[in-house]
Design a protein. Structure first.
Length: 206
């Protein structure tokens, strides 16, 4: 039990360090289209959920959300929309609120939860197809984040965000999903089996 606990803490710490690197350095962002970027911050969350389970993945998602909150509060990559992700930031008369916390934290936590639970379910449906299992679980976890964030923006800041974007929320949501959400899901579906398949074999062989 002590060895398993030590192994778990070591693995979680390594993934947490990678999460911090992706969140606090330019290495965690890839250009997509226009001002939209693909973020790699969900990758360690997905890997944690697949390798260590949904509880560990959800905890890693919480860390990812807290890191995001720090970034959007003190060094926002786009100050004009920082209020959406931080209750401590304001733009003129528009201020962040409790909804900002929900948008910043909840979708990240759900990445780990959904990915881990899907992995457990797909392991029973596709017992001999680890690559398909990892890819589907990762893609669904990534899309959970995209829909969670955009749904939260629509719910809590729909009018303000559409005014800033100069377009209807339906257009903004659709554009973001196509240019950022889908590429992130595809990237996750590629990275997850590429990492988890060999790591899983190594762990089984101790």
């Amino acid at each position: 039990m002590k060895r398993k606990k030590t192994l778990f803490l070591t693995q979680f710490s390594i993934l947490l360090a990678i999460e911090a690197i992706f969140c606090f350095t330019p290495l965690g962002s890839l250009p997509a289209l226009g001002p939209i970027v693909m973020t790699l911050a969900m990758i360690p969350v997905i890997l944690t959920a697949l390798l260590l389970g949904p509880k560990a993945g959800s905890l890693m998602g919480l860390f990812a959300g807290l890191f995001s909150l720090i970034i959007w509060t003190f060094m926002p990559p786009s100050p004009i929309v920082a209020f959406i992700f931080s209750p401590f930031y304001s733009l003129g008369e528009i201020s962040g609120n409790f909804g900002s916390l929900i948008i910043c934290l909840v979708p990240r936590v759900l990445i780990g939860t959904v990915t881990g639970l899907c992995h457990q379910k797909f392991s029973k449906i596709f017992p001999q197809k680890d690559v398909l299992n990892y890819a589907l679980s990762a893609a669904l976890g990534s899309l959970t984040n995209t829909f969670g964030v955009m749904g939260g923006i629509w719910l809590f800041f729909g009018n303000q965000y559409s005014t800033i974007a100069g377009a209807s929320m339906l257009y903004v949501v659709g554009f973001t999903i196509l240019t950022s959400g889908v590429p992130e899901a595809i990237m996750s579906a590629i990275v997850a089996p590429a990492v988890c398949k060999p790591v899983g074999v190594a762990l089984k062989n101790k």
